[in-house]
Design a protein around this ligand. Structure first.
Ligand code: GLY
Length: 381
């Protein structure tokens, strides 16, 4: 029987578009299904590529994947920019993590010991040294950690470039998927919200926090993803008078935040992490708290234009790590649960899942993140 495509990707955020582009490059006929391409978490994100400063205790396997993903970025961006002629705002400007009070500094001391124990490149700095790197920092900053290898990309430029690259080779259907079609023990395709069906031997679920909502996926194989709300602001300063030259992350009296400066004067200020289901309202309290903390760290932000307030939904997973690879249902592949690291993990997810679809097996760096770690736990209950 003729199939409509070799692979259908459900979801056109950076993960789905990246997979579609890379799979099409390998000669597969790919269809992407999404009613709102690139408008979800990919658009809301800040674009930090900061595996070292964003490292968390107890997440070593994820940290290894994140470091590998950061290493894959330059070649991925080079290839994407060459394929599209579109610049993605990839900046190798480094990241500075700072603390405001003594307790914040003690947390950063523990973090830098942890980073260095893993052989990561992280340099502890005094408050004075932090200010000599970033002169607009408040005098109250007590100290910090400089990580030269933590970079950034402009996530919105990345979305546009991936959409252009994927759109050249793959069919992008501007309607959502409502159901995964399954018969005789394997995936057959998807039914779209407009009622039409698309057939393919592979279906990749890359629908972010909506990945669990797709009908037709057998219950034990549903990816355990949930929305984690992030409220995030976009400020603007003159490009010729930037407040910061590198990404700034902070602990300010125990509260975490970041400012990501773009070369065009945009300054992304984030972000809350809230368990509020599908809620994407922007609240006065969150905007206040983000601006208050940013002002404590970099008083000059008060002069910036407040250009945008938005909330996005990260696809959280039970262990904060992505869910990548084949499920127990033949043909059904997961590429979801990227939580805080969707932009960072785009290249390694895209190339790894495309290789799987093309019959080249599983990238060993992805095997710890197989969906089987959750479905086996469910079937054992
Ligand atoms: N990785 C940044 C965030 O999740 O807010």
């Amino acid at each position: 029987m003729t199939q409509d495509a070799d692979a259908i990707v459900v979801g056109a955020g950076v993960i789905g578009l990246g997979i579609a582009w890379q799979a099409a490059r390998r000669g597969l006929r790919v269809a992407v299904v999404d009613g709102h391409p690139g408008e979800g978490a990919s658009w809301a994100a800040a674009g930090m590529l900061a595996p070292v400063t964003e490292a968390h205790f107890g997440e070593q396997a994820l940290l290894r994947l994140n470091v590998a993903a950061a290493g894959a970025y330059p070649a991925f961006i080079q290839e994407l920019e060459a394929a599209t002629g579109m610049e993605c705002g990839y900046r190798r400007s480094g990241t500075l993590a700072v603390g405001l009070d003594g307790d914040d500094l003690r947390v950063l001391d523990d973090l830098v010991r942890y980073q260095r124990s893993l052989g990561l490149d992280a340099e502890p700095l005094s408050g004075r040294e932090c200010r000599s790197l970033e002169p607009m920092l408040a005098p109250g900053v007590r100290g910090g950690i400089h990580v030269a290898s933590d970079h950034q990309v402009d996530n919105r430029k990345l979305v546009r470039a991936l959409r252009a690259a994927a759109g050249r080779h793959a069919a992008i259907h501007l309607t959502g998927a409502s159901r995964v079609l399954v018969s005789a023990g394997r995936v057959r395709g998807v039914q779209m919200e407009d009622g039409a069906a698309l057939t393919a031997p592979w279906v990749v679920v890359a629908a972010g926090c909506r990945s669990a909502a797709l009908d037709g996926i057998p219950e034990p194989l549903r990816p355990p993803v949930r929305p984690v709300k992030g409220q995030i602001l976009r400020l603007r300063v003159p490009a010729a008078a930037p407040l910061l030259t590198r990404t700034l992350r902070w602990l300010a009296h125990g509260s975490v935040g970041y400012l990501v400066p773009r070369s065009d004067g945009e300054l992304v200020l984030g972000a809350t992490a809230e368990e509020r289901g599908d809620d994407t309202e922007v609240t006065a309290g969150a905007v206040h708290d983000l601006l208050r903390d940013a002002h404590h760290l970099v008083p000059g932000v008060s002069e910036a234009v407040l250009a945008e307030c938005r909330a996005g939904l990260r696809p959280g997973s039970p262990d904060n790590a992505p869910i990548l690879g084949e499920t127990e249902l033949p043909g059904l592949v997961m590429a979801t649960g990227h939580h805080r690291n969707g932009i960072l993990l785009t290249p390694i997810t895209a190339t790894g899942i495309a290789a799987l679809l093309a019959g080249d097996g599983v990238d060993p760096r992805l095997t710890p993140f197989s969906p089987l770690r959750f479905s086996r736990a469910v079937s054992a209950v």
